[in-house]
Write a protein that binds this ligand. Structure first.
Ligand code: ATP
Length: 413
């Protein structure tokens, strides 16, 4: 039996992964958990998400004498007991896949990928489940069925790429209080091979612990359970109530669609080729915006303030540079996660020099005048500039990395 669960938490507390962790403890009395529970990150641009748009799937084999109806009642009872129903944005969904005919995977594979890359309607999840006789329970408007079915789909049909995360949970009476974690031990554990994003070396910051009032103490990300356990064993902290190792699509770039600028839609994430056409500009709040074009279509790209030093790379771009950008699009602006600078333009048209200064424009098509001696010139001049940037790949620092974004180190870069 595959159990999918989503949308049980609120901003003020709880977390669907914690509900899953508690449920795993209960299910172990009724049978065996097969493989790792899945922690699936869905489309990061969905407006209904609480934080990281996560959903959970657990593959469970009931013991011979276990009544499957009792297991379903246990799952639903746990959601009823733990979900934050008072939050109007919490609409839990629970899905049970018991049979897996071939055709189900054909449909589910598409559905699950769409949940990561596209925007789905609740009706689409319900229709698919009715068509295949999947049993489910939606609470309130049932929106959580989308994520619950998508996560169950990956558990049934496979994840094309995956990583692991060990999540350690806090004792209940500490929820909402400052986390007690020995920083020195975290910096030491952060160097464990096969783990990443425990700390942000560049910004001298620990990034593996949230600051919200939820039950999570910290999460260690990496390429194998062995690596996570090794790092975990070195961390000194307040008591860990329980921990779970999840298999996950985090850090895989699964959300990215290889597209063309002309075809971009809001609320999706893309990899796009283009030429810089709007010079980078730092706007209020410290965000840096520039524009790219491809075959007559253009889009703005943003390196927001939390991306810290990454903005210096972006500020150094010039019109004419050839780039490949990756990130999520909202309001026709791509929120940069990574950039590949394919080629740098060193030929720049600039106002002519005179008396040691640049001449001023006299208006569009009117030429240029020297403010000092009054000399006039008609055209801008070609200048070969020396670039401080190197072509290559650049990414936002760990403190600004989105859950789904693949670190360059994972791509062997
Ligand atoms: P947390 O990370 O703390 O578990 P969350 O950020 O996962 O919270 P949810 O509370 O699960 O957010 O809310 C996200 C809602 O959006 C869920 O109801 C989920 O089913 C739905 N959803 C997820 N992906 C899509 C999608 N691609 N299209 C439409 N709805 C989606």
């Amino acid at each position: 039996m595959i159990i999918g669960i989503d949308d049980t938490d609120s901003r003020d507390g709880m977390c669907t992964t914690y509900l899953a962790a508690v449920l795993i403890g209960k299910l172990e009395h009724y049978g065996t958990i097969k493989g790792y529970p899945l922690l699936i990150r869905l489309n990061p641009n969905i407006k209904y998400k609480t934080r990281g748009n996560a959903a959970i799937a657990i593959t469970f084999e009931p013991a011979n004498d276990t009544d499957v109806g009792q297991v379903k009642a246990l799952v639903i009872g746990t959601v009823e007991e733990m979900a934050v129903f008072s939050d109007e944005n919490t609409n839990p969904g629970v899905v049970f896949i018991e049979d897996a005919p071939e055709k189900l995977c054909t449909d589910l594979r598409v559905f699950s990928m769409q949940a990561v890359q596209d925007v789905l309607a609740i009706r689409e999840a319900e229709e698919l489940m009715k068509r295949h006789g999947i049993s489910y329970r939606g609470f309130k408007n049932g929106r959580g069925l989308i994520g619950a079915l998508a996560a169950a789909g990956f558990a049934l049909c496979g994840l094309p790429d995956s990583t692991y995360e060990l999540i350690a949970y806090r004792e209940k009476d500490r929820w909402g209080t400052p986390r007690e974690i020995d920083e020195e031990s975290v910096w030491a554990a952060a160097g464990t091979p096969g783990t990443w994003d425990t700390v942000d070396y560049g910004n001298k910051q620990i990034v593996f612990a949230p600051h919200s009032p939820d039950p999570i103490l910290f999460g260690i990300r990496g390429s194998s359970e062995g690596a996570l356990m090794l790092a975990f064993s070195g961390i000194r902290s307040e008591p860990v109530e329980r921990h779970v190792v999840y298999r996950t699509n985090q850090n895989t770039d699964m959300h990215l669609i290889h597209g063309k600028v002309a075809d971009v839609l809001d609320s999706r994430s893309y990899v796009l080729d283009g030429i810089v056409t709007r010079q980078p500009e730092t706007i209020e709040g410290g965000h840096v915006i520039f524009g790219i074009s491809d075959n007559g279509a253009s889009i703005d790209c943003a390196a927001f303030e939390p991306t810290k030093g990454f903005r210096n790379i972006i500020r150094a771009l010039l019109a004419g540079d050839e780039v490949t950008v990756s990130g999520s699009v909202n309001d026709r602006t791509l929120n940069l996660e990574k950039i590949k600078i394919r080629s740098l333009n060193n030929r720049v048209m600039r106002n002519p020099l005179c008396c040691g200064k640049r001449m001023s424009s006299m208006g569009k098509g009117q030429g240029f005048r020297c403010g000092k001696c009054g000399a006039v010139k008609k055209e801008q001049e070609l200048e070969i500039v020396e670039r401080k940037l190197e072509p290559g790949y650049y990414e936002v620092p760990p403190c600004a990395r989105r859950h789904l974004s693949k670190p360059l180190s994972r791509a062997g870069i």
